[in-house]
Structures are given as structure tokens and as C-alpha cells.
Design a protein around this ligand. Structure first.
Ligand code: ADP
Ligand code: ZN
Length: 435
């Protein structure tokens, strides 16, 4: 089943011709409307007209998350704000967050790609979709929501959290599909078990999971506990949101990238060299149709491999393997992207702390847990005297982590110089999760 059969099954030659035509249009547009691209293309001595084939794309400079942050909040928008109908943003303090804009047509395109994803999972207007992706600035919830409405399904805008209520609704409303992070699906199953609910007895038939890495073992476990087919969906807000790539029911070996809207390359993350198709590397995306926030050669930081063998489903678009690794230090905690630098920025804003800290990421049941150990300065340590003063700092860190990054952390203040190990500086991040 297809949502847009013509484009999803477009023969590769025609697809390539469409991509190059759209690429040339995007380049003209960004060169003439976004200062950053004019500067970076001029510095690389390339003009939009020089790009005549898809391999010419390699001549263009990359754009990175740092560039996005440097242009915070709206510096990379290619249309006036009057044409922007939606804003989303990543977590982070001012200047360390990234902001994404959408025109009416962008929302329309995104909804279509989400609709394609849902149809690839076998869903129709007769389905009830329980959407437990977070709503709000995060793209997961609303992205999926619009796609579900587009195919005419009945969508339950659950958002995350409140597990008991989620289980009640799963039982009472009888949704046939569930969408959330894979770890939240496991968490719900744990909560269900505690309440004596048999998840297999629910009406669920399929689950669409993403926003964080999950391996085949986790997929098998979810399928077994719920008695459903568990499919992988991939996306990143910079490029659009969820619905950049989706696993089809028939293939079960990777996610189709909607290539009529995105160009994908894999590069060596160390050297930036473009790798042959099929080699493992960092995914680089170019948006072909986005109006408000087009991106040319965006380094995603996600490591994967492209699969070019034709798929049984009939879609002509290439696939990408599960993303299980990153090329940078980004952590995904309960589906939320967190960079150590963002935590540093929060700690720097609080008086009485040393910049030395340690992050310990672990699993508590199915969900991620985060502990943050921070050294207090000598001065605070000797002068504050009271436990109360230290507790106040602890509370402030917990609150800022929640307010700016959206993550709950246990905070422990430690004495000065205790995090520095004799051999050198302590590892900042200790990730004990197994994936
Ligand atoms: P999303 O709504 O997809 O989480 P974000 O912009 O918050 O959007 O996060 C994007 C990042 O999340 C990706 O760059 C990738 O690292 C991770 N991610 C998203 N989907 C998946 C997936 N299916 N498997 C592994 N990682 C994923
Ligand atoms: Zn397929």
C-alpha cells in the first residue's frame, strides 16, 4: 500500500532527474535568500549554476549544528516570518538551541511524508492511532499527528507521561496502532504488567517507534510483549522531523528514505570524504523541497549505512539501516537530544560551581535515567557552611536541566577536585546503557 504511489515508486532514473532539478532550485533559493549560504558558497568558490549533477553536490560545503546555533534563532530562514506558520525547536539555553520554521507548504509536505509512513505501516482511515510522542516544541507529536489526520485515521493525542492513563486509554479506546519511543513502549509494558494488564490482549496491531536508537533485540522484545509488528521511523527536526525515513511492512531491513524530498550521502565523519553507497558513515541530508528552513549538506551526526537493493514492497527509494551510533557526543535521553556542552552552559550560569562535572546515564527499568555530579567551588564549599545552601544549588540545577533541556536529572554536588582522577580528567560522560 502506498500513500503516493507515483512518487514512492518513481523509477530511479526519473527520481534522479527530479532530485537534480529540485537541488538546483534549492541552491538558487538559498544562495539568494540566506546570508550563510551566500558566504559559504562564495568561500568555496562555487555558484549554484556549477551544480549540474548529483556528484557536483560534493563540491558544496557542509552545514553543521554549530552553524545552526550561530544563526539562532531565525538566521537561516529562507522566507519572511509572515510566511512561517509553525516553529519547532530543540532543547537548550539561548544560543545553544536550534529553531526550525515551516511554511504552509512545508507542513503540507511533512504531513504527506508522515502519511506515507503510516500507510507503509499498513494503517488506514479505519485505524485508531495512540500517539505517545511528545507534543510541543519537539517535532515527534505534531509531526505524527498531522500525518494520522491526513490518512483519516482517528488519532489520540496522548503525548508522553502519565503511564496509568495511557494504559487505561489503550484498554478503553482500543487503538490499533501505537507510536512512541521504543523505551517508552517497554516502560508502558512494565507498568501494564504491574497492573495485571496483558498487552497482547489489546487491539494493537502495529507500533511505530523512533526518536532514539533501538536494536533488533529490543524490537523483538516489543513485538513479543505486545504481539504487534514494531516498525522503525527516523527523522531529525533540523531536516524536518519524523518521517524522513520509514520501515515498510514488507522489507523489514531498514527504512526507506523519501528521496523525492531529501538527498542523502554518507561521509567519513573524520575526513568529510564522501563514501560509496553501502559503506557505514555519517548521514548528510539535503532538503529538496523545504521552503522556510532548507538545508544543504547537513551533517546529521547519525551513523548508518545505505541499502540499495530493491525492496519487496515496490518502493524505489533507498533504505538506511537502523541508527545505533553517533559521530559526536550527543546523548539521547528519553528521546530528548542532550549535548554535554548544553549542560556545561547551564552549570556556568549557576554561581558557586566548578565547571567539572560527570554525567552518568543508565537505565531505570526500561527508561533512561540521568545522574549529574558537579563539583562545588572551594569558596562555596568552605563558606556556605550549611547543607541548606548546597541543597539550594542542587535544586537550581535540577530545575534548569528540566526547564531548558527537558530532562529530569538526579544531581549530586561533590567536593572540589574529587572528579579529577589521578591519571587525568575524569570522563565526563559514563553511559551504562547497552545499545
Ligand atoms: P526526533 O523527533 O526524531 O527525535 P529530534 O530532532 O529530537 O527528532 O532528534 C533527532 C535525532 O534522534 C536523530 O538525529 C537521531 O540521532 C535520533 N533518532 C531519531 N529517530 C531515530 C531512530 N529511529 N533510530 C535511532 N535514532 C533515531
Ligand atoms: Zn520496502
Amino acid at each position: 500500500m502506498f500513500y503516493n504511489e507515483e512518487f514512492e515508486t518513481l523509477p530511479r532514473e526519473a527520481l534522479r532527474a527530479l532530485q537534480i532539478k529540485r537541488l538546483q532550485q534549492v541552491l538558487q533559493r538559498v544562495y539568494h535568500t540566506v546570508g550563510h549560504y551566500k558566504k559559504s558558497l562564495d568561500a568555496a568558490r562555487v555558484k549554484p549554476d556549477d551544480i549540474k549533477s548529483l556528484t557536483d553536490l560534493h563540491k558544496l560545503p557542509f552545514i553543521t549544528r554549530q552553524d545552526l546555533q550561530n544563526n539562532y534563532p531565525f538566521g537561516l530562514f529562507a522566507v519572511p516570518m509572515s510566511s512561517v506558520v509553525r516553529l519547532h525547536a530543540s532543547s537548550g539555553t539561548s544560543g545553544r538551541s536550534t529553531v526550525f520554521g515551516y511554511t504552509k507548504r512545508d507542513v503540507e509536505t511533512w504531513s504527506e511524508l508522515m502519511a506515507r509512513s503510516l500507510v507503509a505501516a499498513g494503517l488506514t482511515k479505519n485505524d485508531i492511532i495512540h500517539n505517545a510522542f511528545g507534543y510541543g516544541l519537539f517535532t515527534g507529536g505534531l509531526g505524527l499527528h498531522f500525518g494520522a489526520e491526513k490518512i483519516g485515521a482517528s488519532v489520540i493525542p496522548m503525548s508522553g507521561g502519565n503511564s496509568k492513563r495511557q494504559i487505561m486509554i489503550l484498554q478503553d479506546f482500543g487503538p490499533t496502532a501505537i507510536c512512541c519511543t521504543p523505551s517508552y513502549a517497554l516502560h508502558l509494558a512494565e507498568q501494564g504488567a504491574a497492573l495485571g494488564v496483558d498487552m497482547k490482549a489489546l487491539k494493537l496491531r502495529v507500533g511505530i517507534f523512533g526518536a532514539e536508537p533501538w536494536n533488533k533485540a529490543m524490537c523483538d522484545e516489543i513485538e513479543k510483549i505486545y504481539g504487534i509488528t514494531a516498525l522503525d521511523i527516523f527523522g531529525l527536526s533540523e531536516v524536518m522531523g519524523p518521517g524522513i525515513a520509514m520501515e515498510c511492512l514488507e522489507g523489514r531491513n531498514g527504512m526507506h528514505i523519501f528521496e523525492d524530498h531529501f538527498l542523502v550521502e554518507t561521509i567519513n565523519p573524520q575526513t568529510g570524504e564522501v563514501l560509496p553507497e553501502g559503506a557505514e558513515g555519517e548521514l548528510v541530508f539535503t532538503t529538496l523541497t523545504k521552503e522556510a528552513f532548507p538545508l544543504v549538506r547537513y551533517r546529521s551526526g547519525d551513523i548508518s549505512r545505505l541499502i540499495t537493493e530493491p525492496c519487496r514492497c515496490g518502493r524505489s527509494h533507498i533504505k538506511m539501516e537502523r541508527v545505533l551510533k553517533r559521530s559526536d557526543d550527543m546523548l539521547i535521553i528519553r528521546g530528548i537530544n542532550v549535548f554535554p556542552a548544553q549542560i556545561e552552559a547551564i552549570l556556568t550560569g549557576i554561581e558557586g560551581l566548578e565547571p567539572r562535572y560527570q554525567l552518568i546515564v543508565d537505565k531505570s527499568g526500561a527508561l533512561d535515567s540521568l545522574e549529574l555530579r558537579v563539583e562545588v567551588s572551594e569558596k562555596t564549599f568552605s563558606e556556605s557552611g550549611s547543607v541548606k545552601a548546597l541543597q539550594k544549588i542542587e535544586k537550581r540545577i535540577v530545575k534548569d536541566m528540566k526547564d531548558y533541556l527537558g530532562v529530569a536529572a538526579r544531581v549530586k554536588l561533590v567536593e572540589p577536585n574529587t572528579l579529577q582522577q589521578s591519571q587525568g580528567t575524569a570522563a565526563k560522560v559514563i553511559d551504562n546503557r547497552r545499545i
